[in-house]
Design a protein around this ligand. Structure first.
Ligand SMILES: Nc1ncnc2c1ncn2[C@@H]1O[C@H](COP(=O)(O)OP(=O)(O)O)[C@@H](O)[C@H]1O
Ligand SMILES: O=C(COP(=O)(O)O)[C@@H](O)CO
Length: 581
């Protein structure tokens, strides 16, 4: 249970503010996260890590010498937005490029990827790297699909130590790849976390049972067993990791390994030590030489009761990087590093410029009023279904779909009202709304909905009043853009299963000459049926994929919210002037 909070929606920002105030010697707040107080030494590659809040000390607590140069911090369990990441990276850049590092989650992959592209546009070389250490989240032959959990730390640290040595960007990236290829984790849990403001945990484990193979967002495990003793828990985790040795490690005997026994939130340190006692003995029996073990909370999930074990199989180079000193708020190692004087670098502030809008015709400004009504209806329906969306998402995802959509629609509506007040046309109102959604919500749905509104707005433009045909084309553009960005196709159990038939039906009806309201009505019915039909699908993309069978019988959260939105928007579409062809 998270007991101490103010407005749940402000939790992540307030936590970051307090963290920065408590660690002024190490970090400096910038828009989107924190960077080292002393800045990045000139000519050094900057390692910028990041992810959602709720995982402290990941990610802000890992900023400091020998580790990250900056951290982009998203909302609770949602990736930071591309805009936040770009801002942190620009502040951290020391002139030698930036390596963006994160766990392998759909939202992180989308936003860090977009940030890298924008940084290239700013003239800053950037590379991305997603950590994939959790062996329970995909089979070995699909290891690139695995998510990142406590293995974040050794992989971030290896790359950052290489950057500290002055290596160039592509070599730092190669170190990250090498460390990741030799890092494996496995976790168990006894109860789920409760997000700030929620009145029930994301998941529960029956009394005297244990979930096996879970992640760091309360995703359900891949199996369930009787509650183990501490020694049995150690045996289970060690056995799982020794069964899957990385390439180049034929047998554990004679190997060296960095070992992390990670507490996920409410397992006490003494309990961890009891488990570690057996972990160390078992690894010793297997002939593994343990190097600088860590026992404690390194990547958490609020108050989740669980532990994970991580092994990084060391060679000489990785051992040198693992042993290198570090000095961050949450992770210190080796002899104290001389304090660097804090640089008074300019605090880089990157905000969307929403104070100016392009010229628009009277007609388009009139249509912008209808766009506002549609965004209002969208926000209302998301608000009234937020709990339901969270519940659906919790079945096989991380339970934050309702919260994320609320954050996005609220920001979108505010931006739309501002643009409208400045005299924007329909297209610009949608583009501003989309950018604000992506920036403020982060997460997978933030990136995708930002793209949807931006695509639609770009097609509508600010000159002519939208017609059924232009709206249908805009929705088709949005559907293509979402597929391009997220890489999902129909049948993968995502919002694409609704967006594609919705766009196709709308185009078909508009092509038959039906007015917009009728075309939309036909497409909304298709969307509702398509959303319901996702209940029978097995997920192949996104967070739900590792728990495929658990989601059978439940529709996809993003598909369901899209269908709700198409229905709500239909209710406010005008008969005129949008009905003209
Ligand atoms: N690759 C993808 N392409 C399109 N939609 C996706 C993709 N991955 C996930 N989704 C959609 O995103 C929804 C989850 O959104 P959100 O709650 O923001 O996710 P997360 O918490 O994983 O960032 C899913 O229900 C699904 O509809
Ligand atoms: O969950 C996180 C980010 O992934 P999403 O796909 O946006 O949910 C975050 O907590 C870990 O980075």
């Amino acid at each position: 249970m998270t007991r101490l909070f103010n407005d749940p929606a402000a939790f992540a920002d307030e936590a970051l503010e307090g963290f920065a105030a408590a660690h002024r010697g190490w970090v400096r707040p910038v828009t989107g996260g924190v960077v080292r107080a002393a800045g990045t030494p000139a000519g050094q590659v900057a390692v910028v890590v990041g992810g959602g809040s709720g995982h402290y000390p990941a990610f802000s607590g890992l900023v400091g010498r020998g580790l990250a140069h900056g951290a982009a911090v998203g909302n609770v369990f949602a990736s930071p937005s591309a805009q936040q990441i770009r801002s942190v990276a620009r502040s951290a850049d020391g002139g030698a490029g930036v390596l963006l590092m994160y766990g392998n989650y759909a939202g992180d992959v989308l936003h860090f990827g977009q940030a890298a592209e924008r940084l290239a546009g700013d003239g800053i070389e950037a590379r991305t790297f997603a950590v994939t250490d959790d062996i329970s989240s995909a089979a070995p032959e699909e290891s690139a699909k695995r998510r990142g959990i406590a293995g974040d730390l050794p992989v971030f640290k290896a790359a950052a130590a290489a950057a500290e040595e002055g290596l160039p960007l592509d070599e730092v990236l190669r170190v990250a790849e090498h460390a990741n290829a030799r890092t494996r984790s496995f976790g168990i849990a006894f109860s789920g976390c409760t997000l700030p403001g929620a009145d029930h945990p994301l998941f529960t484990v029956p009394e005297a049972r244990m979930a096996v193979g879970l992640g760091i967002h309360g995703e359900p495990g891949i199996g369930e067993e009787s509650l183990p003793t501490a020694d049995e828990a150690a045996r289970l985790m060690v056995a799982a990791l020794l069964r899957e040795l990385p390439e180049g490690v034929d047998t554990p005997a004679g190997q060296r390994a960095a070992v992390i026994l990670n507490g996920l939130g409410s397992v006490k340190y003494e309990e961890l030590f009891v488990v570690y006692r057996k972990v160390a003995a078992l690894l010793g029996d297997a002939g593994v030489d343990i190097v600088d073990p860590e026992v404690g909370e390194l990547v958490t999930s609020f108050d989740m009761a669980g532990v994970s074990l991580t092994l990084t199989w060391l060679d000489d180079r990785l051992e040198q990087l693992w042993r290198a000193p570090a000095d961050t708020p949450a992770y210190r190692k080796g002899s104290p590093l001389a304090q660097e004087p804090a640089a008074e670098a300019a605090r880089y502030v990157e905000e969307i410029d929403d104070t100016r809008v392009p010229d628009a015709t009277e007609e388009s400004r009139g249509s912008a009023t209808h766009v506002l009504a549609a965004l209002n209806a969208l926000a209302d329906t998301v608000d009234s279904h937020a709990d339901e969306l969270g519940r659906i998402d919790a079945v096989a995802g991380d339970g934050d779909h309702g919260i994320g959509m609320q954050r996005g629609t609220t920001a979108a509506l505010e931006a739309a009202v501002r643009a409208h007040d400045l005299g924007a046309g329909a297209g610009t109102v949608l583009v501003h709304a989309g950018d604000a959604w992506a920036d403020k919500a982060g997460g997978t749905s933030g990136a995708l909905w930002g793209t949807i509104l931006r695509s639609l707005g770009t097609r509508l433009g600010d000159q002519d009043a939208p017609t059924a045909t232009t709206v249908a084309r805009g929705v088709s553009d949005a559907s293509d853009a979402v597929r391009r960005l997220g890489g999902a196709e129909v049948g993968d159990k995502t919002m694409v299963d609704v967006l594609v038939p919705f766009a196709d039906t709308l185009a078909e009806a508009a092509g038959e000459g039906l007015p917009l309201t009728e075309s939309w009505q036909r497409a909304a019915v298709t969307a509702e049926k398509a959303a319901a039909a996702t209940a029978d699908l097995l997920p192949r993309k996104g967070r739900a994929r590792p728990h495929a069978e658990k989601s059978l019988g439940t529709p996809d959260a993003g598909a369901h919210s899209l269908a709700l939105i198409t229905r709500a928007v239909h209710g406010v579409l005008p008969d005129h002037p949008l009905d003209q062809h």
